[in-house]
Design a protein around this ligand. Structure first.
Ligand SMILES: [Cu+2]
Length: 487
């Protein structure tokens, strides 16, 4: 299946504001002041023996996607790779063996770890050469749903990803099952390779500048999303936990039981719209941090974002569907609690079309708030570029020609991100968790900035180092939509 490019399109109105309005009607406490001291201790580089130690091998593997075998790159020969799990405050030691034909790295996405373990070649370490190994050791301070993947080229668009779950010893539980779902868009070994796709984009020799860009280029029929343009590439397949929809995995439980579902979007270029047929989901966390619970029947999850939901299960067989937003295709996983026919691969639960919740419509749980404080420093950041000729950048330039953001330890830094393009960008900060003042201090490390939208995100500079700050559309990042925060 050829690569296809999304059509530039005019924005529909709405932007999921219904969800935001619903939420504030439920909670009614926007702007409530938070505690007066930071709720979390600063990350540390001095720690004791690891509570969790393991070896992770990145190598070339044959993966069965469900009747289709792909030769790809994966961790430990599995897709997704084996989940890693530890408790908050524990030290993890992961020895990485690189059996790939090229250099790699591992980034622990969302974890507020010390800079040297962040896994970004060029900023925090030398790449791990082919046939070499490297040991990451870090303390994971905050409980939550995280994942790991390379920060080398477009390797995340192969099979190199796996969950990283940090348990909260104080978690009250209240559920019978815990399921971890990884969403992905798939081409490697069955269509063009990610490196081929990137090479085609690079060959367009696009350039970026500042200023609103209303480009309307594009070629095919993609792009039918109320969010605007959300993806550039039509993939042959979309996966949940490594499987195509006609050979889905099945989760089993009993009717009436409660399941905590941790959902991770590991896709390179795809935003998903997620629903569980016949069910309402209660959103409890995003990007690891607790939110004021919200019920929804559908939600949007952008690349790099995570969400935890709790569902009370009905009786029968249900499809949890992750529909590729603005594209055709979907990932499916089944939930079976009783008898019933398996739904077809093309099943489309009605819940998908019920005003999906954006993660940026959530409000934080009180315990998750960062202390409120006026910023010491305000930085304007523009998100720039266009699909044709393909070019993406920040502040009118590309990574390598960028001016890193600089601050000092202890500062409160406000980033005002203005998206001057016609495409949504999931912006990700390393080593910190933002606080979004427009959401009462919602904590996130990956924030979807919609076309022409400005989002304000504060951070507390308590973790010195060189921190990548980039779009988590991995093709955007690799073509130049990345800078860094340094102090
Ligand atoms: Cu982007």
């Amino acid at each position: 299946m050829p690569t296809a490019y999304s059509r530039r399109r005019l924005l529909a109105t709405g932007f999921g504001l219904g969800g935001a309005a619903l939420l504030s009607a439920c909670t009614g406490n926007a702007g409530r002041p938070g505690p007066t001291t930071p709720v979390l201790p600063a990350p540390t580089t001095s720690f004791g023996a690891p509570a969790m130690a393991t070896t992770l091998q990145a190598g070339v593997s044959q993966i069965d996607l469900g009747g289709i075998t792909a030769t790809t790159w994966a961790y430990g020969g599995a897709l997704p790779g084996k989940e890693l799990r530890a408790k908050a405050g524990e030290v993890l030691r992961i020895h990485v063996e690189n059996a790939l034909p090229t250099e790699t790295s591992v980034h622990w996405h969302g974890v507020r770890l010390h800079n040297a373990a962040d896994g970004v070649p060029g900023l925090t370490q030398e790449p791990i050469a082919a046939a070499a190994s490297y040991t990451y050791e870090f303390l994971a301070p905050d409980p939550g749903t995280y994942f790991f993947h390379p920060h080398s080229g477009v390797q995340i668009d192969r099979g190199l990803y796996a969950p990283l779950i940090i348990d909260d010893p104080a978690e009250p539980g209240g559920y019978d099952h815990e399921w971890v779902l990884m969403l992905d868009d798939w081409t490697d070994g069955v269509g063009k390779s990610p490196d081929d796709i990137l090479a085609e984009f690079k060959a367009q020799n696009g350039t970026v500048g500042t200023g609103m860009n209303h480009d309307m280029g594009g070629m095919d029929g993609m792009g039918n999303s109320p969010l605007g343009d959300v993806g550039d590439i039509a993939y042959p397949h979309y996966l949940i936990n490594g499987r195509i929809p006609r050979a889905p995995r099945t989760l089993t439980a009993k009717p009436g039981q409660r399941a905590r579902v941790r959902i991770i979007n590991a896709a390179a270029d795809t935003l998903f719209r997620v629903a569980l047929g016949g069910h309402v989901m209660t959103v409890t966390h995003t990007d690891g941090f607790a939110v004021q619970p919200v019920e929804t029947r559908a939600l949007y999850l952008a690349q790099g974002e995570r969400v935890d939901v709790v569902v009370t299960l009905g009786d029968g067989v249900f499809a949890l569907v992750a529909a590729a937003e603005g594209k055709s295709g979907q990932g499916v996983i089944l939930v079976r609690t009783g008898s019933g026919a398996v739904p077809p691969a093309t099943v489309r639960p009605a819940e998908l079309d019920t005003d999906p919740l954006l993660m940026t419509a959530l409000m934080p749980a009180d315990a998750a708030r960062l202390s409120q404080r006026e910023p010491d420093q305000i930085e304007q950041v523009t998100l720039n570029g266009q699909m044709q000729p393909y070019a993406w950048g920040m502040n009118g330039t590309v990574f390598g020609s960028d001016n890193p953001l600089r601050t000092t330890s202890g500062s409160r830094v406000r980033l005002q991100m203005t998206n001057e393009s016609m495409m949504a960008h999931p912006m990700h900060i390393h080593g910190h968790t933002w606080s979004l003042p427009a959401n009462g201090g919602l904590r996130k490390d990956t924030v979807l900035v919609l076309p022409m939208q400005t989002i304000t995100a504060d951070l507390h500079a308590d973790n010195p180092g060189k921190w990548a700050y980039h779009c988590h559309n991995i093709y955007h990042a690799e073509i130049g939509m990345m800078t860094s925060l340094q102090y």
